[in-house]
Write a protein that binds this ligand. Structure first.
Ligand code: UDP
Length: 647
């Protein structure tokens, strides 16, 4: 089954969209601009080869092998990785695709597998330079001193240049107006400094392939919280803190904030350098958040307390911030590399899901991502150290919405949520079993003894699935002794890689059934439109029917107002056909079996009121989720996705 599946998707041609994106941003080029890579398989060969080479440095079993056995082993690993990537059933995050192999001799990166020698793999490892950075997610701490702040600015610049997205919690900074002993002056506060970070990042593009992405967090009890919530007011997508998503941090139990909200209590705002007693009503804070999110989509909320509750290294280490899209919470200087499995490709056209192949894909993907850690080069030594100590991974999914279309299950249904729990629980089980197996084979993550795993800790909030007993059994037995990675799972937005895979992104419903996607041509700075009609819909609709509705579909993006079979309307829902509560419930369903976090947008229609948005903020506190992003259609002028009528 697995081999057939791989072959089937290896042979499937890439869409024009996918090829265009690859050509514009992913194919290796010489400094002269001449392409070194011309096909998707060239990218896969390079990436699989570099990541397989990690076995030479992270696998103690190889020390006991003869040179011929070693070579066979590494080639086999390369071949397994290549097949998986070539089929596009699993893809690592963009930085891995962009940067793996940078610095290496081209001849070594692309020559046929059977001609590879052990020295060739070693040469590839030795040629890695400071741009060989393969991770998408970083968190940098910002200390309360001018030296600390500008040191962090430098770190932001270095990470952005290498292609990573960065999050920081600015709560350590003293509030605006507090005393500065050195100058006898008044502090300008965290928000003013965020503009410095934004400007620095605006000048350094991410490896020249995409713009920087930042997350700025301020905890709900920081004295500058109201100013912070207003920090992106007036944002039109271009002018104000352009590179930042901002989020209010909830470091305490989310239920405590819910209780304060419901009882209309005040929260005490505090900072060690702040000596004026200040209180503000939690309802005031939430009202402001809702108002601004209604206008511009910012701020979101991040439940840091909830993240630490399920963090195996807490309290020895503490999660202080998330990366820009929220799927990974990290402690100071930690980084994480991501990868995503396309569920739609594991489901055939009749709607039958291939669980056996899914298990094999999960296990190979965990090995792949774990290897990425060892071939990664970071621009800052403290990051190298933190990453090696905890070996955090973020394996997730994409293609969920397209899979549901194939199965003819509406996204906004109990059936879809229950399937989501089973899929994620199955994935959690196999991914964690593989991480424990790798622990046995290659060694545990160095901080294992400081973690909660030896005590039988389960890093999931859990719900009800078919795999609960096996998951409990795993954490109560083998996981007490072996674990290669502090956390293994995360659901990323997959904004670019889902396009390369020709599938729907992350766990999100499709945004539109037919749309235009703008891609920035960095060479000329022009925005180029790419047209797209959902492939599953195109297959399920008779051709003449599709032709009949095509223009309306491109105009509207949804079947909602089109004269067509009601059953199809229920199945082929898009983001705006789905009630915000159904979005939240899907986020919670997946989150139950994910140790890191999930990137999810709660879409609300353009007609929603500020009170509607407020209701979602309060409702979110009641669910076992780790954060919230609300987006009202049309509230930001520069959307990445837009329907044709906005062209
Ligand atoms: N990211 C970034 N710049 C971007 C897009 C993404 O730095 O333009 C980072 C960010 O930390 C985000 C993570 O990459 O949370 C994953 O985003 P996504 O899954 O969309 O990336 P892809 O691998 O599809 O490019």
């Amino acid at each position: 089954m697995y081999r057939q599946l791989i072959e089937r998707y290896k042979q499937k041609p890439l869409s024009e969209n996918a090829l265009k994106i690859l050509k514009e941003r992913y194919f290796f080029k010489k400094p002269s601009g001449e392409f070194v890579e011309n096909s998707w398989f060239d990218v896969c060969r390079r990436v699989a080869r570099v990541v397989a080479a990690a076995e030479l440095i992270n696998n103690p079993r190889l020390e006991k092998m003869t040179a011929a056995e070693k070579l066979d082993f590494v080639r086999q690993v390369e071949s397994d990785f290549f097949d998986l990537l070539a089929s596009r059933i699993f893809l690592p995050n963009s930085p891995t695709l962009f940067n793996a192999g940078i610095g290496a001799d081209y001849e070594l990166l692309y020559k046929p597998l059977e001609q590879m020698k052990l020295e060739d793999y070693q040469k590839i490892l030795d040629s890695r330079n400071h741009l060989h950075m393969l991770s998408a997610c970083f968190v940098v701490p910002v200390e309360d001193s001018i030296e600390g702040i500008f040191n962090a600015v430098k770190e932001f610049a270095l990470i952005t240049k290498a292609g990573g997205g960065i999050g920081s919690n600015f709560s350590a900074l003293r509030p605006k107006g507090s005393f500065v002993a050195g100058t006898h002056g008044k502090a300008s506060g965290p928000v003013s400094f965020m503009h410095v970070f934004n400007t620095a990042v605006s000048i350094v593009e991410q490896g020249y392939r995409r713009r920087g992405a930042l997350m700025g967090i301020l905890n709900i009890d920081h004295p500058d919280i109201m100013e912070f919530i207003d920090a992106k007011k007036g944002n039109d997508g271009e002018r104000v803190l352009k590179f930042f998503n901002i989020s209010v941090g909830i470091p305490m139990d989310r239920l405590e904030i819910l209780r304060m909200y419901e009882n209309d209590e005040e929260i005490e705002l505090k900072h060690p350098k702040w000596h004026h007693p200040t209180k503000v009503k939690v309802r005031e804070i939430f009202k402001k958040m809702a108002q601004n999110a209604w206008e511009t989509g910012d701020p979101g909320m991040v439940f840091l307390g909830e993240m630490n509750k399920y963090y195996a290294l807490y309290p020895y280490r503490e999660i202080i911030s998330t990366n820009p899209c929220g799927e990974i919470g990290l402690s100071a200087y930690e980084a994480c590399n991501l990868g995503s499995i396309d569920l739609a490709k594991l489901c055939d056209d009749k709607g039958v899901f291939d669980w056996e192949s899914f298990a094999k894909v999960i296990r190979t993907a965990v090995r792949f991502l774990d290897n990425v850690i060892d071939v990664n080069v970071f621009p800052i030594d403290k990051i190298t150290q933190a990453v090696k100590e905890s070996r955090r991974l973020g394996l997730g999914i994409m293609g969920f919405a397209d899979m549901l279309y194939k199965m003819e299950i509406p996204y906004n249904s109990e059936q879809a949520r229950s399937l989501a729990k089973n899929l994620m629980a199955f994935m959690a089980l196999h991914a964690h079993e593989e991480s424990s197996r790798l622990g046995q084979e290659k060694g545990n993550f160095p901080l294992f003894e400081y973690s909660r795993y030896p005590n039988g800790f389960i890093p999931f909030s859990m719900d009800v699935s078919d795999y609960d007993d096996e998951i409990r059994e795993h954490f109560n037995t083998i996981a007490k002794k072996y674990k290669r990675n502090v956390a293994v799972l995360a659901i990323a937005p997959t904004g670019s890689i889902s396009n390369i895979a020709d599938t729907s992104s992350g766990l999100e419903p499709n945004f539109l059934l037919a749309y235009v996607r703008y891609v920035n041509k960095l060479s000329t700075n022009e925005r180029e439109p790419l047209f797209y009609v959902n492939e599953v819909l195109a297959k399920k609709l008779p051709e003449n029917e599709l032709l009949r509705i095509r223009d309306r579909l491109i105009e509207e993006g949804s079947l909602r107002n089109i004269d067509i079979d009601e059953r199809l309307k229920k199945i082929f829902v898009v983001a705006h056909d789905i009630d915000p509560l159904d979005h939240l419930l899907m986020q919670e369903a997946f989150q139950s079996y994910v140790d890191n976090n999930i990137s999810k947008t709660i879409n609300v229609p353009n007609s929603a009121t500020v009170d509607d948005v407020l209701e979602i903020y309060v409702e979110a506190l009641k669910h076992k989720i780790r954060g919230l992003t609300v987006y009202r259609d049309g509230s930001l002028q520069t959307q990445v996705l837009t329907s044709a009528k906005d062209l």
